[in-house]
Design a binder for this molecule. Sequence first.
Ligand code: DOR
Ligand code: ZN
Ligand code: ZN
Ligand code: ZN
Length: 354
Amino acid sequence: MATLRLPGAADIHVHLRDLGETHKEDFASGTAAALAGGVVTVLAMPNTRPPLIDAAAFREAVRRARALARCEVGLFLGGTADNAAEAAALARQAPGLKLYLDATYGPLRLEGLAALLRHFEAWPSHRPIAVHAEGRTVAMVIGLVALFRQPVHFCHISRREEILLIRRAKERGLPITCEVTPHHLFLTEEDLPRLGPFGQMRPPLASRADQEALWANLAIVDAVATDHAPHTIAEKQGENPPPGVPGLETMLPLLLTAVAEGRLELADVVRLTATGPRRIYGLLEPPETWVEIEWGGPWVISREGLFTKCGWTPFEGMTVRARVRRTVLEGRVAFEDGEVRAPPGSGRVLFADL
Ligand code: DOR
Ligand code: ZN
Ligand code: ZN
Ligand code: ZN
């Protein structure tokens, strides 16, 4: 069976749920899922319980991640109405600052303009501000980038107008980067009747025209990031299903299947999952690190054997032509033939030195 060696992927947008929601995921299970997916570096979002918005919560999360992570982990700081100074003082400890400007899961939505301006004024400009922004909010943030010359990274861009705005802003030379998710590349709102609550996330699945615009503009997309957002099956089937889908274990198989089908070049996959995301946040490629891919199949994506605690995938039933055989991190086999070998605590927390 033909095999291929790729650089270890960096997923710059995941939710690992540690500390307070470890029934959904924790640092050990989330990083196991990463390694099984050929991902050796993850950047974790701050909408945890408690949220990572101050030194005490951040320090506790770093301590837990050091004890439990099996791969490289960076922890974002979250912005609130009143933590601009405290977040800026911690900037060295994190890959960036995350601002939630539109509806999402968790308590971190930033209302109003005043708090947003305080963060743009206080945050040191050499680290990106990552934003959850949708629709007109994207245009508003582009305006702020023009005024402040602050690098901004747009998370999970999903609609045609958004990607076209970002294209124009990049053409004007603004310090902007963006990511798209596998679910917005491989699913649309037409899948919603089939998926029900398991197809609900923010931003929601979009139209086929939106999906086509993402594919057509991949050349100006800096990264594919999963927005791995595990919630349990019971929560998804409950009264008020929380938004979010897991994705760490399926990103590379899906993208490489697009290569097998001639919809993408192998070089695009390397750019979108490794070099591109690493450049945005200044993440060094770990030495002696690679992923071995097996081509062939077809294999059907299934919840069986997943390492994410949530135990399901919105891509269930889809056929792929590539799978991760082995992940080698810093010279050690971290995942091989369906088994995670890297123990909890063998990972490393990036940036933080407290
Ligand atoms: O669907 C989502 N789920 N979108 C977000 O922005 C947050 C995430 C989560 O934390 O579950
Ligand atoms: Zn600094
Ligand atoms: Zn988001
Ligand atoms: Zn997210």
